[in-house]
Ligand binder design. Structure first.
Ligand code: BG6
Length: 483
């Protein structure tokens, strides 16, 4: 099959924090895969910038080891590793001082696409942004890439936005939410806006409710110190779940272009109803005979941080009036699954025997691990014996449907970095979106903090706390199975 990979323009990508965890686990292995697929041109260059005194050869060795550890390269890919590493350079830099900046300025080829990845804590954003300008490194076309967490509340997000926008225009700033880079998340837009079928049904008249689940098996791992100050609400809901909700609920943008899409997402966030205290459940995983508790993992025996959240919310506009959106996410749950389920209303009238019309159509969009969609439909059970109905899934697992095409699917980071190089901001969060999302989550978090809320306990390997079940059962509905 002819490769569909189109090489990007030659670039210099500078990674501040180039020796850090994210760079070694995700960014460099991702770039290597793009290199192997032919998307990274031979004269593109990646410049790691960090404090350590490594030199080019030392950095190349570090990244060789990182790719072996985190990239799971095939033999064919390994054969190309040397050529990829040759495109890596390094500068030892003192972000808060003067060391290394002149060297960086001399290294960057300003006539190419320039992208600066701030793979460092937000406390350093301002230092990097202002030095890029005072040293005359950043051009007006340069792009900067920043990671979450983008603030920890509205106030801190505003101040980060102010720090960045003092040096760069909004069209130069790429705020990453890696969920937007996932293949199926983008497919959500393709499904909604590339088919006639769904749009007429995509509203309160036909949809009973929507569930968004992001369940993880992993705990907080070695990130306890960060996570314990964040919790699931800041770590997952404010960004990833919010973005999923936007893509489901937004109005069709007039074009698939960055601001048209982001304008519509912003309207959704601004239309979210204030969440009632009894419509939120926080949980924290407890130890089992063999598994440590959240408090053990976070090394904080008195922690009240949530590792699980379930929320019921509404969108206050015509399309969604009265349709509940149930969101939940948690760590150390029974299975790793991310799913969006659109549950349609019951039939207004059944011509069949009562028992057979109970089931509702459900469009389930599976983000991971098995990317695909199923539509539960009612059909006649084959064979004689009268009109017996059964409910079956119309299954479209993307790997089956796309065959060998599915193999060149880049992971979220790979795709997003290539979008930065292409200058496409569609899958990045705009500053006003991030602020609006904090504006919605802040009162929920503040209410917990003000009353010293104690999270409900759930067992490792379960589906979450009992109260989260009650949250949806009270409405006569059930969570989708976590499997
Ligand atoms: C990150 C969170 O943004 O997303 C992690 O900080 C979480 O806590 C991760 O585990 C989940 O991402 P994915 O792609 O594995 O679903």
């Amino acid at each position: 099959m002819v490769s569909r990979v189109i090489p990007v323009d030659p670039f210099d990508l500078i990674i501040f924090g180039g020796t850090g965890d994210l760079a070694r686990r995700k960014i460099l292995p991702g770039l290597f895969r793009r290199f192997c697929s032919g998307q990274m041109p031979p004269n593109a260059r990646i410049i790691g910038a960090a404090r350590a005194n490594l030199g080019q050869a030392g950095y190349q060795e570090m990244i060789r080891a990182a790719i072996a550890e985190f990239g799971a390269p095939t033999d064919v890919e390994n054969a190309q590793l040397g050529a990829f590493l040759a495109q890596l350079n390094y500068v030892a830099i003192d972000i808060r001082g003067d060391g290394g900046w002149a060297e960086l300025a001399a290294m960057v080829r300003k006539n190419l696409v320039n992208a600066y990845y701030f793979s460092v804590g937000p406390g350093l954003f301002g230092d990097i942004a202002s030095r890029l300008n005072t040293w005359g490194i950043a051009t007006p076309e340069a792009r900067i890439v920043v990671e979450k967490p983008f603030g920890r509340d509205l106030e801190s997000a505003k101040s980060l936005n102010a720090i960045l926008s003092a040096q760069f225009d909004e069209n130069q700033i790429y705020r990453i939410d890696h969920y937007l880079g996932k293949e199926t998340v983008q497919n959500l837009m393709a499904v909604r806006f590339g088919n006639l079928l769904f749009e007429p049904l995509w509203n309160a008249q036909y949809i009973d409710h929507i569930q968004i689940t992001v369940a993880e098996i992993v705990g907080v791992g070695g990130r306890g110190a960060y996570y314990d100050k964040s919790g699931a609400m800041r770590d997952m809901v404010q960004n990833h779940l919010m973005q999923l909700l936007c893509l489901i609920a937004m109005e069709p943008p007039s074009h698939f272009d960055p601001d048209a899409v982001r304008d519509e997402k912003l309207k959704v966030i601004r239309s979210l109803a204030k969440v009632e205290p009894h419509h939120v459940v926080r949980g924290q995983y407890d130890a089992t005979a063999t598994m440590p508790s959240y408090r053990d993992d976070a090394e904080n025996p008195r922690s009240f941080t949530e590792s699980y959240v379930a929320i019921k919310t509404h969108i206050e506009n015509w399309r969604w009036a009265g349709v509940p959106f149930y969101l939940r996410t948690g760590k150390k749950l029974k299975a790793r699954t991310s799913e969006i389920a659109i549950v349609f209303k019951k039939l207004p009238h059944s011509i069949f025997e009562k028992s057979s019309d109970e089931k509702q159509n459900v469009l389930s969009i599976q983000l991971q691990p098995n990317e695909g969609m199923t539509l539960d439909v009612t059909i006649k059970e084959p064979g004689p014996g009268g009109m017996r109905l059964i409910h079956v899934p119309l299954d479209m697992t993307f790997a089956d449907a796309l065959g060998e095409h599915s193999e060149d699917t880049p992971d979220a980071y790979e795709r997003l970095i290539m979008d930065v190089i292409r200058g496409d901001q569609t899958l990045f969060m705009r500053g006003d979106e991030v602020e609006a999302a904090w504006k919605w989550t802040d009162p929920i978090i503040n209410a917990w903090e003000n009353r010293n809320d104690v999270p409900k306990i759930y067992d490792v390997g379960s589906v979450g706390p009992e109260d989260a079940m009650a949250l949806i059962h009270r409405d006569g509905r059930r969570w989708r199975e976590v499997k």
